[in-house]
Design a protein around this ligand. Structure first.
Ligand SMILES: [Zn+2]
Ligand SMILES: [Zn+2]
Length: 159
């Protein structure tokens, strides 16, 4: 009985830790993509990222390679950790969830790459406003609002 109770609380602890890893990974991914967007994409990797700022042709953009790269890293981590369901698996899960959120909000809702996705949600309208300001600049520099999910308070005004 006692052993079972100890074992139960061990598993409950493990579930909480794994949920914490996923949440921290999602938050970390927003910070990493902000920094990469600002310092790499609008820096040395601009020749790829510019296809997302109106310099590309067709539906597929060279910039999509970045999404494919992150998806690859996520799947690889999940593969490495899938037998023991260790931290690598949950890290990969967090990156995947961030990727799905990014895809739905950025590619679908903001850029309408598929069937129109309309919403009057205050948060969604604010992140769209902020990202559209980022796209106002067709140039490498200057630009602003490099994050996606975390945007300044000013973008919420008027919604
Ligand atoms: Zn950009
Ligand atoms: Zn965009």
């Amino acid at each position: 009985m006692l052993f079972n109770a100890v074992e139960d609380s061990f598993y409950q602890m493990l579930v909480l830790i794994n949920i914490a890893i996923i949440i921290a990974t999602i938050a970390g991914m927003e910070a990493i993509s902000w920094a990469m967007h600002k310092y790499l994409f609008h820096g040395p990797l601009w020749f790829i990222h510019k296809t997302h700022h109106g310099h590309g042709k067709g539906w597929f953009e060279l910039n999509d390679l970045f999404s494919i790269l992150f998806a690859g890293i996520a799947l690889w981590l999940m593969w490495l950790g899938h037998l023991s369901l260790d931290h690598r698996f949950w890290l990969g899960t967090g990156i995947s969830i961030y990727g799905i959120i990014y895809f739905i909000f950025h590619d679908w809702f903001i850029h309408n790459r598929f069937k129109a996705f309309r919403s009057n949600n205050r948060y969604l309208l604010a992140i769209r406003r902020a990202h559209k300001i980022h796209h106002k600049s067709m140039k490498k520099w200057p630009s602003e609002e490099f994050g996606l999910l975390v945007v300044g308070r000013k973008w919420f005004r008027g919604s």
